[in-house]
Design a protein around this ligand. Structure first.
Ligand SMILES: O=C(O)CCC(=O)C1=CC=C[C@@H](O)[C@@H]1C(=O)O
Ligand SMILES: [Mg+2]
Length: 373
């Protein structure tokens, strides 16, 4: 772990953890079931760095198996970390499960960036060799859940009317032929100028996936995300070059699987969809994104349908990745929530884009007091 991302262990830092339950406006239908509520843990760091400068940072864990550990395991990991710091010990990020690690890695990065008077994306870009300047805004896609043809088309048309020029549709919850009909109907409704993606969450077997890819070859998908189970690497390789670009999500999005990625990954995927919550933090994700881009695999950053703290941090991650505004990112998930951790989103969506908050840190003082709401 780069020193910049370790939890600061100044003399008198204090870790606070508060739990929130964030209901969705309506359940998000996916191939692996419906998501109707998101439990999140807000993690605050307060105190002073060893040089006496104030240490104040905020992080968030939004556990979502199978991308991360369970809510219970996250709760325990954060309680143990809080106790370790309270008794003067040091927390080793490497020892934490992904969502808990994300919360502490983010809180530490936020505290350091606020101390240094820079945005999180500036700190993330500077922390890697050829960082360059982060993007000032990022393009984002709308997320369209599973549903009937009519409901899918209506949701797509609504997103386009709000200014989105990229739509990601969840597939895999119904027979392949129905999903290809849904996607074809969306294409017919929105025209050719809107980018269209589909995400199967690993629901299809090899034969179904090949049938889907062949049926979708003329729909003009930007990519098909995780068509087959995470571990079926040979199926991924076999799907390449059939007219639809292939993206991986579950295959690459747990620290454990980083060591078990199919190698060379560029033979298995055109795009990697990266989830900072699953990869254990913003710094970790930017490092993975740079490695993948060096290997010819494009990257997109998405939330795990997080609260505003983690979602805003993911915006900074997308802005810090070189060429990060080439593709739309899956960061417009705040609109899916009935209730968030703050009333005013510091990184709202406007016509399919999100402007990176001016900082310092994740969003300046926008999240001050978030744990007391
Ligand atoms: O990528 C997006 O548009 C938003 C995030 C998103 O689709 C997901 C977040 C978390 C779990 C899944 O339901 C889904 C995904 O698989 O990418
Ligand atoms: Mg996905």
């Amino acid at each position: 772990m780069a020193p910049a991302d370790d939890v600061p262990t100044p003399d008198d830092v204090r870790v606070t953890v508060t739990e929130r339950s964030l209901p969705l406006r309506s359940p998000l239908g996916t191939a692996t079931g419906e998501i109707d509520e998101r439990p999140v843990f807000l993690v605050g760091l307060t105190g002073a760095f060893a040089d006496g400068s104030p240490c104040r940072g905020i992080g968030e864990a939004a556990p979502l198996p199978p991308w991360t550990e369970s809510v219970e395991d996250c709760r325990h990991a954060l309680a143990d970390a809080r106790e370790t710091v309270a008794t003067g010990g040091a927390v080793a990020l490497d020892d934490l499960p992904p969502a808990a690690r994300h919360a502490l890695s983010l809180a530490s990065a936020d505290a350091r960036a606020r101390r240094d008077g820079v945005t999180l994306s500036q700190a993330l870009a500077a922390a890697t060799a050829d960082g360059g300047d982060p993007a000032e805004s990022v393009r984002v896609n709308a997320t369209v859940g599973d549903g009937s043809v009519a409901a899918t088309v209506a949701a797509a048309e609504s997103a386009v009317s709000e200014g989105f020029d990229c739509l990601k549709c969840k597939v895999g919850a119904r027979p392949v032929d129905e999903d290809t009909e849904r996607l074809r109907a969306v294409r017919d409704a929105v025209g050719d100028d809107v980018a269209l993606r589909a995400d199967a969450n690993g629901a299809w077997g090899r034969e179904e996936a090949e049938r889907a890819v062949d049926a979708l070859a003329d729909v003009g998908l930007e990519y098909l995300e995780q068509p087959v189970p995470a571990a079926d690497h040979e199926a991924l390789r076999a799907l390449r070059g059939r007219g639809v670009a292939i993206a991986v999500d579950e295959t690459v999005n747990t620290p454990a699987s980083t060591a078990e990625w199919p190698d060379p990954i560029e033979e298995y995927a055109d795009v990697a969809v990266l989830k900072p919550m699953a990869l254990g933090g913003p710094g970790e994700t930017v490092a993975v994104a740079r490695d993948l881009r060096d290997r010819g695999v494009d990257t997109v950053v998405t939330t795990t349908i997080d609260g505003a703290v983690a979602r805003t941090a993911a915006v900074h991650v997308a802005a810090a990745v070189p060429g990060g505004d080439d593709r739309a990112h899956g960061l417009a998930t705040g609109a899916l929530l009935e209730r968030d951790v703050v009333d005013d989103d510091p990184a709202p969506v406007d016509a399919g884009r999100i402007t990176v908050p001016a900082g310092p840190g994740v969003a300046g003082d926008a999240f001050d007091g978030v744990q007391n709401r």
